[in-house]
Design a protein around this ligand. Structure first.
Ligand SMILES: Cc1cc2nc3c(=O)[nH]c(=O)nc-3n(C[C@H](O)[C@H](O)[C@H](O)COP(=O)(O)OP(=O)(O)OC[C@H]3O[C@@H](n4cnc5c(N)ncnc54)[C@H](O)[C@@H]3O)c2cc1C
Length: 417
């Protein structure tokens, strides 16, 4: 049987792949979106915190302060959890992350990310409007709270750095914080309110609404294994349930699994994952939250979602396929119970996702070095929901030979070679 022919195959139907497929389709390309699952957003794009973080220009750095490092190493830093058995295999990538986590590296990444992030809300708003999904985007921003004077000073320091990028949060004392979020516990002394970011109560439903728009506009969504990708003649083919699909161009948007396919075609990146968990809670005594709140000194967020109050954890350093563990969530939950109106757990087990990361905390968006027709769109770490649509637009512009909306150089794959 002759393969089904399209212009572009996008591999991976998380927020990044769905957004790239829509952006290419908007440029008149026929697109097949291929995922091993039957529906979009079945993995990392399902369970995140749901913030479209228009303020998040500063990258998360690997700790360099010896005290912080020592606490992290013995799993006493609440932001992070280390699976010791994984260390031998993840150490080389973490070493690259440590080395990239300098002030100069931070400034370089912040400059690059500011350009992309600046367009993130606008691109989401356009897609949500077209997908009839504006009810899944909420205004009101999110709040970062502190528990101590030390925590306050740390948030204020970050705010001073953000000024250069036009980010201007409102400072809240205890009374104004409580006026916004009356159900927060007394452990929260004050906070910074970032009013501009949008939030979604259901990141999966939002991504699925975008995927439905793609199909409505004539896109094909097929079940298939990206690892069957082969070069054939002047193009590429991939095996899917209805049969082989062929195209001149292929986009690898497999999130945390992208590195596997990239390696199969000879590209070795210092890729790693930061795993994260969520758990839903019933609100206690009918109390709730109106927007996500980050406990800045303990490193977790509680967000009001369609399924209940969703607690999301920071980074677990482990191998991509290590079995899930509830250790990090169990460590954070007692702190969260003192700060938030959390009732019963609603999920039988914590959900786990994997943030796809590169050491400089920038995604890879652009051509696959030395493989004509192969393109990369992955590594969106803590910000894939935020950056999916704008990354898709940038990639589509590059693939169609148009002027890109931002300088793509900081996102090239060969920056690591
Ligand atoms: C706890 C947590 C909280 C977060 N909070 C936020 C937030 O508030 N804001 C934000 O912007 N970001 C947030 N993130 C990050 C964000 O969720 C990710 O960056 C984003 O979901 C990555 O999207 P993706 O499309 O690249 O990957 P994924 O959503 O993982 O999609 C990859 C797809 O590839 C498919 N796939 C894998 N292997 C194959 C194969 N062999 N063949 C075919 N298909 C395959 C998978 O089935 C999957 O559908 C958070 C992440 C976590 C873990």
């Amino acid at each position: 049987m002759a393969p089904i022919a399209v212009d572009v195959i996008v591999l991976g139907a998380g927020i990044v792949g769905v957004s790239a497929a829509l952006a290419l389709q908007a440029k008149g390309r026929s697109v097949a979106l291929v995922d091993r699952l039957g529906e979009a957003a079945g993995e990392t794009s399902f369970g995140n915190t749901g913030i479209i973080q228009s303020e998040a220009v500063l990258p998360y750095l690997f700790p360099r302060d010896p005290r912080e490092l020592a606490l992290a190493a013995i799993n006493r830093n609440p932001d992070a959890h280390v699976r010791y058995r994984a260390l031998p295999s993840i150490a080389p990538a973490l070493w690259r992350y440590f080395r990239a986590s300098t002030d100069a590296g931070k400034r370089e990444t912040a400059r690059a990310m500011a350009s992309l992030i600046g367009a993130a809300i606008g691109e989401h708003a356009k897609l949500a409007e077209a997908a009839n999904a504006t009810q899944l985007l909420r205004r009101g921003g999110w709040i970062k709270v502190w528990r101590s004077q030390r925590g306050k000073q740390s948030v204020l320091g970050e705010i001073r750095e953000l000024e250069a990028y036009g980010v201007d949060p409102k400072l809240l004392d205890r009374a104004t914080l409580r006026a916004l979020e009356p159900n927060l516990g007394l452990a929260a002394l004050g906070g910074a309110h970032f009013p501009e970011p949008l939030t979604t109560p259901d990141p999966q439903a939002l991504t699925r609404a975008y995927a439905a728009l793609f199909v409505e506009r004539g896109g094909r969504m097929e079940i298939g294994d990206a690892l069957t990708l082969q070069s054939s003649g002047s193009g590429w083919t991939v095996a899917t349930q209805p049969g082989a699909i062929a195209a001149r161009h292929v986009v690898i948007a497999l999130g945390p699994w992208s590195d596997r396919l990239a390696r199969a075609f000879g590209l070795r990146l210092p890729f790693f994952v930061k795993r994260g968990y969520h758990m839903h809670y019933a609100p206690r005594e009918g109390a709730g939250l109106t927007r996500p709140v980050l406990d800045s000194e303990k490193g977790y967020v509680v967000a009001p979602t369609a399924r209940g109050l969703r607690l999301t954890t920071g980074a677990e350093f482990a191998r991509i396929d290590d079995p899930p563990s509830s250790a990090h969530l169990d460590r954070l939950e007692p702190f969260a119970r003192k700060m938030f109106p959390l009732g019963e757990r609603k999920d039988a087990a914590p959900w786990m996702g994997r943030r796809p990361c590169l050491p400089d905390m920038r995604p890879v968006i652009g051509p696959f070095p030395g493989r004509p027709g192969l393109w990369l769109d992955f590594g969106h770490h803590h910000l894939g929901l935020t950056l999916g649509p704008v990354s898709g637009k940038l990639l589509a512009e590059m693939m169609c030979g148009e002027a890109p909306l931002v300088d793509p150089a900081p996102f090239r794959a060969d920056r690591f070679s």
